[in-house]
Design a protein around this ligand. Structure first.
Ligand code: NOJ
Length: 747
């Protein structure tokens, strides 16, 4: 009884009382959690496992409950999502403070690429290969979100994807496991900061566990069917990287994996994540994915769904209400043990303690701080910097770019020149009070850049979608008056994202026809392609004079694009997804197997593993991206030609900037394990460096290769490095290999 009183005191009072009454006895966070758990009724425990959306925004199928506030007051809700702003969050938290045990709510939000300041979509940002920049953008997003009351973001999405039809490729880091793992680690560090509990850190959430990016046919929410070997080797390492970065939470995925919905997949959640990887955070379902198991055909009703999900290790039920409706009954019927529930509750309370919410439930609700952080001018400086690092130069005939600032007349044409909000891409946050309308349009960016001596003229030309060509004549007329034309085309921002899979990934509508008309004027045309996925644009690739792939660059899009167009920033980004020639090549990825009948080039077609009507090559390969300068690779050196599994090889090469501009090069290290007990990919990224070189400058860079980089998952499902020969390759892309050598791993 004495202990219980102390605990109640702990919950209902301030830090001061905590210090006086408990410091000596309650030493660890684990003990604090237990001191709360011991007081909880079963219903209150189940409440902690229940998460609802606020009623203003829904990011999934809508369920209205008129009694949300009452449920919170009764301790039947552990977390809310989709509420923003210190005022609104404070109000909800006040209601939670009226509950018997005053357990604070967690507030979650999809802060995917920025809160008020929008950064490039994650796929675009990944093309910077700049881990510091990505950590910084997550850091700033977390700082803004935390200042606005949020303490949990549903990011990063770390799903590997080899299919650009899948609308959610825009949320990830592309197709490569090695790079994806590095980015996953950096993003978690960025969101969570030095440690949870700091005023500007939010909990990160690694999602979607697992295999979601491999949905059959790239159709969202579709099934995933893959070998366990491939799952462990290709799809799970980025998730493991988030655990290594101490990610606080995981989210299950909507798909079934080999017939078992992820939300009730014991192998994934309990055996791998909580077992082998010793993940000590908690797992939330995706939106209604517990009850959607009925649609999957894996359970008969919500009772069975709740049973399977909690038993498999899914701790919190987002929006399905199956836990709330069924767990008490499942416990009373002895289908679920109280200890199973306790484990889930303990994990959630632990995070609430770590965040400091028990000490101060309004910790993230300081309106003054909110105003200050949401109006920090440094954030837009960083957003501009990350945005320009994400723009990929795909083509630059006759070195048309960078444009001269003295150009007399520039025609800026296209449906994406003037809109502001399009630049934000999918999964932007609509901050209450319309703060999020802050975006520099592409037009505004150019106007600011060119100054008074340049005549900037505009025509829309056409819409993003549809067949109308009545704007073509005006566009051609405008183009004729210009020295150079810049054409901004692409997708609408809501054509990629959740539930936005497309079977036709060509540039929509008549936009490429507009390009054709503009080219007929004989003027050079620079094309900006705005998109949330790799698109197919064969005509543009062949005929445009220059192409910049801008993705969706966020708040500072216009400034960043202008910086690159005029050479104030020399583009350095490289693709993190293969761009197919046509949708028929999909799924397509650089690190494929060789097959028994590989074609060595496009004339090698007899009885070969090819499409008879297509080149064997993609349009643009993984790792591809140009610069305004050129780089030469030389002097490959290996400090050893043989190593044993405990040794490392140092591989060095000299990179020289042989062009006229200072610039950064992303130098890529690839390996090939020539003979394996399991067939190995023709080439695999194993390291990279981003080097800044002044014009004429050389630098020598060194990579270390150890047994881990040589390992793969064998038939016994173990990571092994097998003795034998390896090719080591250093290149400017996965196809543009500049230096190559061999070495051997000996026993
Ligand atoms: C469904 C999405 O799949 C998930 O990524 C997101 O975090 C939740 N909805 C919450 O909005």
């Amino acid at each position: 009884m004495k202990r219980m009183n102390r605990c109640i005191l702990y919950i209902i009072t301030s830090t001061v009382i905590l210090i006086q009454s408990t410091e000596a006895q309650i030493k660890t966070i684990g003990q604090k959690v237990d001191s709360v758990l011991i007081l909880m009724t079963l219903d209150e425990k189940i409440g902690q496992l229940n998460q609802y959306s606020d009623d203003l925004i829904y990011t999934g199928p809508v369920t209205i409950d008129s009694d949300k506030a009452d449920q919170i007051k009764q301790g039947r809700v552990g977390s809310l999502l989709n509420c923003m702003g210190t005022e609104r969050i404070r109000n909800w938290q006040k209601i939670a403070m009226k509950s018997r045990l005053k357990i604070p709510l967690l507030f979650g939000q999809d802060v995917i690429h920025g809160y008020k300041t929008t950064f490039p979509i994650p796929l675009g940002e990944s093309c910077s290969w700049d881990l510091d920049a990505m950590e910084l953008s997550a850091r700033i997003s977390a700082t803004e979100a935390a200042a606005a009351g949020i303490n949990w973001t549903f990011a990063p999405m770390v799903d590997i994807c080899r299919d650009p039809r899948w609308g959610r490729v825009m949320e990830g880091a592309g197709e490569d496991t090695y790079l994806g793992s590095k980015i996953a680690f950096a993003r978690v560090k960025g969101f969570q900061g030095d440690k949870l509990g700091e005023i500007n850190s939010v909990m990160a959430c690694a999602k979607h566990f697992a295999g979601y990016g491999a949905a059959i046919g790239g159709r969202d929410y579709n099934s995933v069917d893959m070998s366990e070997r491939q799952l462990l080797e290709t799809y799970l390492p980025p998730f493991k990287a988030t655990v290594d970065a101490h990610v606080a939470t995981f989210m299950t995925s909507f798909n079934d994996l080999n017939g078992v919905p992820s939300t009730a997949n014991k192998f994934l959640l309990r055996d791998v994540l909580k077992g082998k990887w010793k993940f000590d955070g908690f797992i939330v379902s995706d939106w209604a994915s517990v009850s959607e198991m009925i649609n999957h055909g894996n359970v008969k009703d919500e009772y069975e769904a709740a049973l399977k999900a909690i038993a498999a290790g899914c701790d919190m039920d987002m929006e399905s209400r199956s836990y709330k409706k069924n767990l008490a009954k499942l416990v009373s019927e002895r289908k679920v043990s109280v200890s199973l529930i306790d484990d889930a509750v303990r994990r959630i309370l632990l995070k609430k303690f770590e965040l400091g919410l028990f000490d101060d439930p309004y910790k993230f609700c300081n309106a003054e701080r909110e105003q200050k952080e949401l109006n920090n001018p440094n954030n837009s400086i960083s957003a501009r910097d990350v945005a320009k690092r994400s723009i990929v130069l795909l083509k630059n005939d006759k070195q048309l770019l960078p444009l001269s600032k003295g150009t007399k007349t520039i025609a800026f044409i296209g449906p994406l020149v003037k809109p502001k909000m399009q630049n934000k891409g999918f999964w932007d946050v609509e901050v209450p009070g319309n703060d999020s309308a802050y975006v520099v349009s592409q037009w505004e960016g150019l106007v600011k850049k060119v100054g008074k001596t340049t005549n900037l003229i505009y025509a829309k030309g056409c819409d993003i979608e549809g067949e109308r060509k009545d704007g073509f004549a005006e566009a051609v007329n405008v183009a004729k008056q210009a020295d150079v034309v810049i054409l901004s085309i692409g997708e609408r921002r809501d054509m990629s994202g959740e539930a936005k899979s497309r079977s036709d990934i060509r540039i929509p509508g008549v936009q490429e026809e507009l390009l054709k008309e503009l080219l007929s004027t004989g003027k050079p045309v620079v094309v900006l392609i705005n998109a949330g996925r790799p698109l197919v644009f064969d005509y543009t690739a062949k005929h445009a004079s220059a192409i910049l792939y801008t993705w969706w660059l966020g708040s500072e899009a216009g400034n960043a694009i202008s910086d690159v167009l005029f050479g104030d920033y020399n583009p350095s980004a490289k693709l993190t997804m293969t761009f197919p020639l046509s949708v028929g090549q999909v799924p397509i990825y650089y690190n494929h197997f060789n097959t028994g009948r590989p074609a060595n080039n496009d004339s090698d077609r007899q009885n070969k593993s090819i499409y008879t009507d297509l080149s064997i090559y993609p349009k643009y390969e993984f790792g591809y991206g140009l610069s305004y300068t050129s780089f030469q690779y030389s002097q490959l050196q290996l400090n050893k030609k043989k190593i044993n599994p405990n040794e490392q090889i140092e591989v060095s090469a000299t990179i020289t900037n042989t062009g006229m501009y200072d610039g950064e090069e992303i130098v890529q290290l690839y390996l090939r394990d020539i003979v394996g007990s399991i067939v190995r990919p023709v080439i695999e990224l194993k390291d990279f460096r981003k080097v800044m070189l002044k014009a004429g400058e050389s630098k020598t860079i060194t990579f270390s290769i150890d047994a881990e980089k040589l390992s793969f998952i064998n038939q016994q499902l173990e990571w092994v490095a097998e003795p034998g020969e390896f090719d080591v390759m250093i290149g400017a892309s996965s196809r543009d290999i500049r230096l190559k050598e061999k070495f051997e791993l000996v026993e």
